[in-house]
Design a protein. Structure first.
Length: 179
């Protein structure tokens, strides 16, 4: 699947999300799988005094165990789903608005979750996902001999479209790969 990733917080900029999700339908209305996703966005950083800074960020990845519940077994299949797993956050370079220069901040790994809703029509899928990831906080030198703490919200919403290969709702024992 591919779509738009919309991060939260001041200074954050939207980007793209690309995912691959092999799934297995355990019964006609329930499927389980593993979502592997890369989201490319710019996270915004905020100091405790409310001043903000911008950030240039590379791709962040996630690996989630997922489950979807389908409300119907017809041609049009609305669903809701959840997932939980690991989010790997990329390193960033922050250019501060109230200071000179830039700061290099390391990446990290966070445990998080995802909720989603959408629909399948034949072999095509539309979904809206909210990825809940804890914020990142780091203490950095402020350029005048002191330190300051900056934080970034990591959660984002993804609006995605895609298709799946194999299976279909009439074959509950077939593996479905979602792109």
């Amino acid at each position: 699947m591919a779509g738009v990733a919309i991060p939260q917080g001041p200074g954050a900029k939207g980007g793209v999300a690309l995912s691959l999700e092999p799934k297995y339908s355990i019964i006609d209305k329930v499927s389980v799988g593993l979502r592997m996703e890369a989201a490319i966005t710019a996270r915004g950083w905020t100091a405790p005094d409310g001043s903000s800074a911008s950030a240039d960020v590379a791709a962040s990845g996630s690996y989630l165990a997922t489950s979807d519940y389908y409300y119907s077994t017809k041609f049009f299949r609305a669903f809701s789903g959840v997932g939980t797993g690991i989010y790997t956050l990329a390193s960033a370079t922050v250019g501060a608005s109230s200071q000179n220069g830039s700061l290099a901040l390391g990446g990290g790994t966070k445990f998080g979750g995802m909720v989603r809703s959408g629909f399948d029509i034949a072999h095509f899928r539309f979904a809206v996902e909210y990825n809940l990831i804890g914020k990142t906080t780091q203490t950095v030198a402020d350029g005048s001999g002191g330190t300051t703490t900056v934080s970034s919200k990591n959660s984002y919403t993804a609006i995605k479209i895609g298709f799946f290969i194999g299976g279909g709702h009439q074959h509950s024992s077939t593996v479905n790969a979602k792109f």
